[in-house]
Ligand binder design. Structure first.
Ligand SMILES: Nc1ncnc2c1ncn2[C@@H]1O[C@H](COP(=O)(O)OP(=O)(O)OP(=O)(O)O)[C@@H](O)[C@H]1O
Length: 238
């Protein structure tokens, strides 16, 4: 049976996921659900297991225990085609120019949206002529983000999308580019430390600490209780 995005209620369902690497427990009993159309923030201190969890959700890493479902189907090769993933510390081929890379991506991804890619080149200020090896960290991060966001995938998974991106650009990208894409149809799961720039975007949170879910929250509920994402994060982790 194929993935049926329309019928699914949840984009991601993680049930009692555990990961052990080199005998060290990295994730333990991680359970949460991300409803379709929502923007989920995956937050937690360094080493909490966020990148590992995103790899498992993307089907790029097999959990030691538990299961992940994407739009109702087990995470794996079949579900990978329904998501755009921005990996942590991913590298683009340095010998290409940004323009050559974008042409390659257009041919590579069947769900590539060329008109939107063109808009993103402007809003993310990507210079097509620049060789990737010569880009700064923030410039390469913008190009990577563009590569992810120009796809029409119903699920977008971003691992630290703003590493190296300056503060004003982070705000601009979060408030215009990502908000633009958040049309209530697409689902986002975003691991980030940039809580201030991102907090207005999140509908719900998964707070991960020491490989365990410490809290899952609806952001509107938090606000009704007089809490911000940042103050809640501090309450949970300090
Ligand atoms: N291949 C591996 N082998 C052994 N341990 C690993 C491996 N990959 C990650 N780890 C460990 O797993 C833990 C979680 O790492 P992970 O990168 O998932 O955390 P994170 O929450 O994304 O951290 P950060 O916020 O610093 O990016 C860390 O203690 C890390 O050292």
């Amino acid at each position: 049976m194929g993935v049926n995005v329309n019928d699914a209620l949840y984009a991601i369902e993680c049930s009692e996921v555990s990961v052990t690497l080199k005998k060290k427990p990295i994730l333990q009993d991680v359970t949460f659900r991300l409803e379709k159309g929502r923007i989920g923030g995956l937050l937690g201190p360094n080493g909490a297991g966020k990148s590992t969890l995103l790899k498992v959700c993307s089907g790029l890493m097999e959990p030691s225990g538990g299961a992940v479902r994407i739009f109702g189907e087990p995470a794996g090769v079949a579900t990978l085609g329904h998501m755009a993933v921005l990996p942590d510390r991913g590298k683009l081929p340095g010998w290409l120019t940004a323009g050559e890379w974008l042409q390659f991506a257009r041919d590579l991804y069947p769900d590539w949206n060329e008109d939107y890619a063109e808009q993103l080149v402007q809003s993310l200020r990507v210079n097509r002529q620049s060789r990737i090896a010569a880009l700064s960290r923030g410039e390469e991060a913008r190009l990577q983000l563009l590569t992810c966001l120009a796809r029409r995938s119903p699920l977008i998974v971003l691992d630290e999308p703003f590493t190296g991106v300056d503060m004003l650009s982070r705000e601009q990208i979060a408030s215009s580019v990502v908000a633009d894409l958040a049309d209530g149809e697409r689902t986002f799961l975003i691991a980030t430390h940039d809580i201030r720039e991102m907090e207005n975007l999140f509908d719900c949170l998964i707070l991960l600490g020491d490989g365990r879910v410490r809290s899952t929250d609806d952001v509107d509920d938090l606000r009704q209780r007089g809490l911000s994402v940042e103050s809640h994060y501090r309450d949970v982790f300090s």
